[in-house]
Design a protein around this ligand. Structure first.
Ligand SMILES: [Cu+2]
Length: 278
């Protein structure tokens, strides 16, 4: 009779150990993850990305938990029986139940992400960048971020790969082009005014890099031959790291720059100071 008891009061040692190990791993994992969570937010669209990540974690975490508790209970109950005596449901019910649960999970996880994410996507890859957006061109190379502002005329000068000289002309600016005269070219430093839209146009000279601003929830691949543009609005002043999120070569780890988010006046002054030097 004892074999037929579904939940015996006395737990086997193995069950306690395995169960305890799983619980401990779960708690330690969540505790550690919570401590190294995302850096403090500094952009407008980033709030949507954070909401999406939080939703995904909670929704999928809850589904995972419910699924595993159900699985554990079923295994526990079945293990108490000496042999399989009957099916719990008909084959048709199993199919329907499996399909319905699968659909429900997809709907909860993906539906929520799409509902929160689509507005963020359209803001981030904004179909038409706002007219007053500051345009900055970033050309990635092993292992530097080349930054260019178009200057007062708002037009970038022509570039030509044949004119590239890593020391004196890193992006191959054609100095015969009048539009190039006021371009400001810098390395690893970008400044932008706070609260205003910024368009970053990405290029790459060699391999695939990934322009990553963790605090601003900005990450976009820079692919040779393509010029993707992203739009974001910095929401607070400060200096934030620019990292490369694509393993792009042996010195990938030191491909680091800084984004300075300044007030409007500070930004104008900064750009003026750096124009004279370029
Ligand atoms: Cu890189």
């Amino acid at each position: 009779m004892a074999m037929r008891r579904i939940f015996p009061l006395k737990l086997p040692v193995e069950a306690l150990l395995v169960g305890g190990l799983f619980l401990l791993t779960g708690f330690l994992g969540v505790g550690y993850g919570a401590r190294i969570w995302l850096p403090p937010l500094a952009s407008r669209h980033g709030a949507g990305i954070d909401a999406m990540l939080t939703y995904l974690l909670v929704a999928v975490g809850a589904l995972f938990l419910v699924g595993h508790v159900a699985l554990g209970v079923l295994i526990w109950r079945a293990a108490r029986q000496p042999r399989i005596t009957h099916r719990l449901a008909t084959r048709k019910t199993e199919w329907v139940l499996s399909a319905a649960l699968g659909l429900l999970m997809a709907l909860v996880a993906e539906g929520g992400v799409l509902a929160i994410g689509i507005p963020v996507w359209s803001e981030y890859f904004g179909a038409v960048p706002p007219r007053h957006a500051l345009l900055v061109e970033v050309t990635a190379q092993q292992f530097v971020w080349n930054v260019r502002y178009p200057g007062d005329d708002g037009v970038f000068g022509r570039t030509d790969a044949r004119l590239i000289d890593d020391a004196s002309n890193p992006i191959g600016t054609d100095r015969d082009d009048p539009a190039a005269a006021d371009d400001v070219v810098l390395q690893n430093e970008i400044a932008v005014p706070v609260g205003q839209p910024v368009t970053v146009r990405l290029r790459s000279k060699d391999v695939i890099h990934s322009f990553f601003l963790p605090h601003l929830r900005v990450k976009q691949d820079a692919v040779p031959g393509m010029t993707p543009e992203i739009v974001f609005v910095p929401t607070r002043k400060g200096t934030f790291e620019i990292a490369c999120a694509e393993l792009c070569g042996l010195a990938h780890y030191r491909m680091q720059g800084f984004l300075h988010v300044l007030s409007e006046d500070e930004f104008r002054l900064w750009l003026q100071e750096h124009s004279s030097g370029s």
